[in-house]
Write a protein that binds this ligand. Structure first.
Ligand SMILES: *[C@@H]1O[C@H](CO)[C@@H](O)[C@H](O)[C@H]1NC(C)=O
Ligand SMILES: *[C@@H]1O[C@H](CO)[C@@H](O)[C@H](O)[C@H]1NC(C)=O
Ligand SMILES: *[C@@H]1O[C@H](CO)[C@@H](O)[C@H](O)[C@H]1NC(C)=O
Length: 346
């Protein structure tokens, strides 16, 4: 697909001459959260076949949706309180600053594909819920049940545990002991600023992917089924531009993973790109984003990946007792295959 602004960067470099620090040997670049190697490979193959950065992000994230990466992407994972799996996804074009996203998407497996259709065929940015499903059907996607034996078993175990853990607070009956339905109490006891550490096992979640085409076009995207036992209707950070991911051909891109309810309050991917715009290298940009969130939520679960326009990359994560290192995937011409890298959390 021809995108005129994509010519801008190479043209500029031609006019100005290559800046000394720039090494184009590191492009193209694929960077994604967690050791989801098949997704990295799919994105790489798409570029090799002549696809755009957007095509590569879509293909990489779709691979995770089909293969149910760690049970946290695609169908059959993270049932909500009613037992249903719902999906969030986003894709962003850093050349045109166009975004397509879906939140709380129901009964459609290929969420990143629907997000791409929002980008290509609407002037909207984000569609949600049942109406997003209707849109998807009109675009030719199949309406099908996303439950599996695995997601049903997760849900019945949760019911048997008195609906623990859950995400309610300040309600009656006491949500730390009983199932709902819940109501607000007549007198609200404010729980101050204490952050209730969600009792999850910090399982991998969300594929976030950044692709830089060798011509300099940058795209980013995400796909996830959210968190287990969420309150129906909950949408995480993944489909929110600037939170789940962000891309800007002039600077670079970033993507986040972790506790989306916390992450989205800090718009971390946008923030990382802005740090890089101000001259920070990708690692420092990622670290600064994590530090900002740490000040308010020292026990939040989260990580960010960052890449700049010259193909340098980095990552950072918040250190917890059970989460001390974050793994991510990298593929560029300096590697012979998709390579897993690790960063120590700060
Ligand atoms: C990756 O893809 C291969 C071949 O398609 C498949 O056998 C394998 O299970 C996949 N890995 C994961 C973690 O899904
Ligand atoms: C799922 O459960 C049904 C019955 O509840 C069973 O017939 C089916 O074989 C199970 N599928 C898998 C993949 O285990
Ligand atoms: C990208 O980051 C590297 C350091 O990791 C730096 O040397 C390079 O100048 C940065 N590129 C841009 C365009 O800022």
């Amino acid at each position: 697909m021809a995108r005129k602004p994509g010519l801008l960067l190479p043209l500029l470099l031609l006019l100005l001459g290559p800046a000394p620090a720039r090494s184009f040997g590191q492009l193209p670049l694929i960077l994604n959260t967690w050791p989801f190697k098949n997704a990295t490979m799919a994105a790489w193959k798409m570029l090799a076949a002549g696809g755009s950065a957007l095509d590569a992000v879509e293909s990489g994230c779709a691979t995770c949706e089909q293969q149910q990466c760690d049970g946290s992407v695609g169908f059959g994972g993270s049932p909500d309180e009613s037992g249903e799996t719902t999906l969030d996804a986003m894709i962003m074009d850093g050349t045109t600053m166009n975004v397509g996203a879906v939140g709380d998407l129901r009964r459609i497996k290929n969420a990143i594909g629907v997000a791409r259709k929002v980008l290509e065929h609407t002037t909207h940015t984000l569609l949600a819920g049942e109406a997003a499903t209707k849109f998807a059907e009109s675009m030719g996607f199949i309406n099908e049940d996303l439950s599996t034996n695995v997601s049903q078993a997760l849900h019945s175990d949760w019911l048997a545990r008195n609906c623990q853990p859950n995400y309610w607070k300040n309600v009656i009956p006491d949500s730390s002991k009983y199932c709902g339905p819940y109501k607000p109490p007549t007198i609200l006891k404010r729980d101050g600023i204490a952050y209730k550490d969600p009792a999850h096992s910090y399982s991998h979640d969300t594929i976030g992917m950044v692709v830089i085409h060798k011509m300099g076009n940058i795209a980013a995207g995400t796909s996830t089924n959210g968190i287990k036992f969420k309150i129906p209707g909950r949408i995480g950070d993944s489909p929110i531009p600037g939170s789940g991911a962000y891309a800007d051909d002039m600077v670079g891109a970033a993507a986040a993973t972790g506790d989306g309810d916390i992450l989205m309050r800090f718009v971390p991917s946008y923030q990382a790109v802005e740090y890089m715009r101000r001259g920070e290298n990708p690692t420092t940009a990622c670290e600064k984003v994590i530090s900002r969130i740490q000040k308010y939520f020292p026990k939040f679960f989260g990580a960010v990946i960052c890449a700049n326009v010259t193909g340098s990359y980095g990552a950072a994560c918040n250190k917890l007792s059970t989460f001390t290192q974050f793994q991510f995937m990298v593929y560029n011409p300096l590697k012979s295959e998709p390579t897993e890298e690790k960063v120590d959390c700060i």
